[in-house]
Design a protein around this ligand. Structure first.
Ligand code: BEZ
Length: 212
């Protein structure tokens, strides 16, 4: 098993899911993707996470991000659990959950950490760009549900920095000022960023969000 690092090509796979057979690359098309694993069906934190993910689907759609969940449970289990999620989270799970019973995908993506609980998948997140490169990897323990606002925030940052020569500062949110890429000289930055460049230090230059 090769370790996947930022900038690597996300390995392709074909696997069963709650919505039938899925091929990753076909599913993503030329959009972005978020592949996220949870430890097990019918567990409390996972139930809140998958319900929250469903409520956020419109926001992922707006950003052209396809959602794909995964655990090592089977498709029949996922379908039964989805009924519970919809009931208790008052939502409709509207994205596929991969049924990785043979651990093919979770092994490919190193989602099973032998020192974590019971040889189950940890809470991994992979954000995949349209060119299929891995742009973000997160690993959370079973005891901590993920923050879906943060996932949207980091996607906003990744999408902005993919298309503009900027980076985003700590706690940045969509629409706030951004950092001019260190690779650009301040004089050049002034002509590139029409909304203006504020030089706080020679290495710290801010500019309004070019898309706002
Ligand atoms: C949970 O989703 O609540 C959970 C799953 C596995 C281990 C611990 C908690």
């Amino acid at each position: 098993m090769a370790v996947i690092r930022l900038g690597d090509i996300a390995p392709d796979f074909t696997a069963d899911s709650s919505e039938g057979t899925i091929n990753l690359y076909d599913y993503l098309g030329d959009g972005w993707g978020i592949l996220f694993s949870h430890p097990a069906d019918f567990t409390p934190v996972c139930t809140t996470e998958l319900g929250t993910a469903a409520k956020f689907k419109d926001e992922f759609d707006k950003r052209n991000v396809k959602m794909l969940a995964l655990s090592v449970d089977g498709a029949a289990s996922h379908k039964e659990w989805i009924k519970d999620i919809n009931e208790v989270q008052n939502t409709t799970v509207n994205f596929p959950i991969l049924a990785d019973e043979d651990k093919k995908v979770s092994t490919l993506y190193d989602m099973i950490h032998p020192n974590a609980d019971n040889n189950l998948t940890v809470r991994s997140v992979f954000i995949i760009a349209p060119d299929k490169t891995v742009k973000l990897i997160l690993t959370y323990p079973a005891s901590t549900g993920r923050n879906f606002y943060e996932l949207l925030r980091v996607i906003d940052s990744l999408q902005l920095t993919s298309y503009h020569k900027v980076a985003t500062p700590a706690n940045w949110k969509n629409g706030e000022d951004v950092v001019v890429s260190p690779a650009i000289a301040t004089e050049d930055a002034k002509s590139i960023f029409e909304k203006g460049v504020k030089e706080i230090k020679p290495y710290l230059r801010m500019t309004p969000d070019p898309t706002a």
